[in-house]
Design a protein around this ligand. Structure first.
Ligand code: M6R
Length: 611
């Protein structure tokens, strides 16, 4: 959840750390802090609220130094006050620590440390790490050995960065169950929670694994396990362009990411289709044709928006590959003793690849003997590394907390998978596969059509921004689209929005319908078009206001709805990729009208690495 950046080199550490934290602010933004080794002391600065408060104070009163650590926080233990903000220091202010994760045994450690005379000034779990480091360093003064000793005493999850006032030549890092990467530069090195933080400086990355620590100097990086044994790690090259992590003239990352979707679709499809031979190539998932034929049940497991993509995936896989699919929220799956065996395929979906619940569900599924594949955006993330095969969606860095382009890319990946499984299980003939591949490749230009004509959506947003409740209705493959549309609206505009399968409305939610509750109804051309028109009539009969999403050319819809957002026609199975775009834009413009902080909505964080 929190964001960590650390720097050691020749440049102004605080400038590099603040610019890295700006690119990580999506991970947490309720307070921030920095600690720089400066002329034999730790200079620490912390602020409540957004990073801009911290950067403003540094602007007025800069800290000079070439080694340091910084942190942007999403509070778990202790309110988001300056006192609880990281970095935390030991009682002599010799050691500063930033931490992402939760130290589960911090209460008992705190009692022990207090009994030994250590004084605590914050309500955080992290502060124990600073005192533990001090305690361990008092044994033989070696920083790396002290870190190993300290980490052996803690239980829970951590990614940490540590500096010492007398060692401007050393920056330490360590991780377990929380992400941390090392960036390799020329005469400078970095640590960060996520790649975008250091993209402008380097694309050469080492992924730290659990219970590994890194000792960084400006010219060298060494990795050790907790027993002090040296570990050789591969250096990976990141393909992401630094421009992808900038707003590039858009008002918000979310809007930029909505507009990137046509290109993202092209990237996800990439070289994975062969239209002529009606084939899809997904070797990276590591399943043989025999294994695919043998699958009895698929569980799709994910959280939030990724979960809704999985709900669409159920329709696609069941229709095209005729295999039973259950979709589970990761936080439920991991505790409900799922019926998994060697003929079960588990598909975990995650943009960040770090979501704690999804990671735990993946481990649970593997423990129970299932083969697990991942649909993941972030290369080298924990989920990507632990699955049996990772299908990367190539959406590029997604910075807006509300997921848009990653959702789109997840849908494309699920469609590719469904066509491939359908072909291998001999359920789709070549001409049908060719047709679907062609339609898939036609999606970007259809989405561009919507994006070229956003005025009507903006106008609707202007007229509906003040309502307090919304209902979203959809049927079939677009029921999950309704859920995703409602999630987008509530997370960035704080308007209550809920979604129902349209046919279910009469079983309860219809009681809510009145003039104060706009109903967004997905009524694109489909096998159930007539049915959803009946559902819309039921709303109108109760004085409800309908905003329909309909297929271009459907003039009749205007007699049933107050407002219409038109989308180009496509195959019904691919319609979720088209229909979600006006829903994303509607949520975006409503949130802008209400003055919300679109990219960093309250209480949320991009990467949910706590349970
Ligand atoms: O990184 P993940 O895809 O695993 O994240 C899952 C959810 O936390 C995420 O989709 C969340 O619901 C977003 N805020 C939705 O916009």
């Amino acid at each position: 959840m929190c964001g960590i950046v650390g720097y050691i080199g020749k440049e102004d550490a605080s400038e590099i750390i603040i610019s890295g934290l700006q690119r990580l602010e999506y991970r947490g933004y309720d307070s921030a802090g920095i600690a720089i080794v400066s002329n034999g002391v730790i200079e620490r600065r912390r602020s409540e609220g957004k990073l801009i408060n911290l950067s403003g104070s540094l602007h007025v009163d800069p800290i000079i130094g070439h080694t340091g650590i910084g942190h942007t926080r999403w509070a778990t233990h202790g309110r988001p006050t300056e006192f609880n903000a990281h970095p935390h220091v030991d009682n002599t202010s010799s050691i500063a620590v930033v931490h992402n994760g939760i130290i589960e045994n911090y209460m008992s450690l705190k009692e022990d440390l207090k009994a030994d005379g250590y004084k605590f000034v914050s309500q955080t779990d992290t502060e124990v790490l600073a005192h533990l480091m001090a305690d361990e360093m008092s044994k033989d003064g070696d920083m790396a050995a002290a870190m190993r000793g300290a980490l052996k005493r803690v239980e829970g999850a951590y990614a940490i960065g540590v500096v010492h006032k007398d060692r401007p030549d050393v920056l330490l890092a360590g991780r377990k169950d929380s992400p941390l990467i090392i960036g390799l530069g020329d005469g400078e090195n970095f640590i960060a929670s996520d790649v975008p933080a250091i993209l402008p400086y380097t694309r050469s990355i080492i992924y730290l694994d659990d219970e590994e620590i890194a000792v960084l100097t400006k010219d060298n990086v060494e990795i050790f396990n907790l027993d002090g044994d040296r570990i050789e790690k591969p250096v990976e090259h990141i393909e992401w362009n630094p421009v992808l992590a900038e707003k590039s003239g858009y008002d918000h990352f979310m809007l930029k990411e909505i507009f990137e979707q046509p290109q993202v679709i092209r990237n996800t499809i990439g070289g994975r289709t062969d239209e002529e031979n009606a084939q899809i190539y997904l070797e990276e998932i590591g399943l043989t044709d025999g294994e695919i034929k043998n699958i009895e049940t698929i569980y799709i497991v994910a959280c939030g928006t990724a979960y809704y993509s999985g709900c669409v995936g159920k329709y696609l896989l069941e229709k095209l590959a005729r295999v039973h699919v259950d979709v589970d929220l990761a936080s439920e799956f991991r505790y409900r003793e799922p019926m998994v065996n060697e003929r079960t395929l588990v598909i975990v979906i995650s943009q960040s690849g770090e979501t704690a619940d999804t990671l735990a569900a993946l481990r649970e599924a593997k423990k129970r003997g299932a083969k697990v594949i991942g649909i993941v955006n972030v290369k080298g993330s924990s989920i990507a590394r632990e699955v049996d095969g990772a299908l990367y969606i190539h959406a590029g860095p997604e910075i807006g907390v509300a997921s848009t382009k990653a959702y789109m890319a997840m849908l494309i990946a699920l469609m590719l998978l469904s066509i491939q499984f359908g072909r291998i299980r001999e359920l789709i003939e070549a001409p049908e596969a060719r047709r679907l591949i062609r339609k898939l490749k036609g999606l970007p230009s259809k989405i561009e059509e919507i994006l070229d004509n956003i005025e009507a959506i903006k106008d609707i947003a202007d007229r509906y921004s003040e309502f307090r409740d919304f209902l979203y209705l959809g049927r079939g493959v677009n029921f999950p689209t309704a859920m995703e549309g409602a999630l987008k609206l509530k997370e960035i505009s704080y308007i209550h929005a809920e979604a129902y399968a349209a046919g279910e409305m009469k079983h309860g939610p219809i009681a809510l319908i009145d003039r104060r509750m706009p109903v967004v109804a997905i009524a694109t051309r489909s096998a159930t078009y007539e049915k959803i028109i009946s559902n819309i009539q039921e709303v109108i009969a109760r004085e409800g206001m309908v905003i329909a999403v309909a297929t271009t050319g459907d003039v009749n819809i205007t007699s049933y709805s107050k407002d219409v957002m038109y989308v180009p026609d496509t195959d019904e199975l691919l319609s979720p990729m088209i229909v979600v775009v006006p829903l994303q834009l509607l949520a975006y413009y409503v949130a802008v009208n209400r003055g919300s902080d679109v990219d960093q909505p309250r209480n949320l964080a991009k990467s949910v690495t706590v349970e």
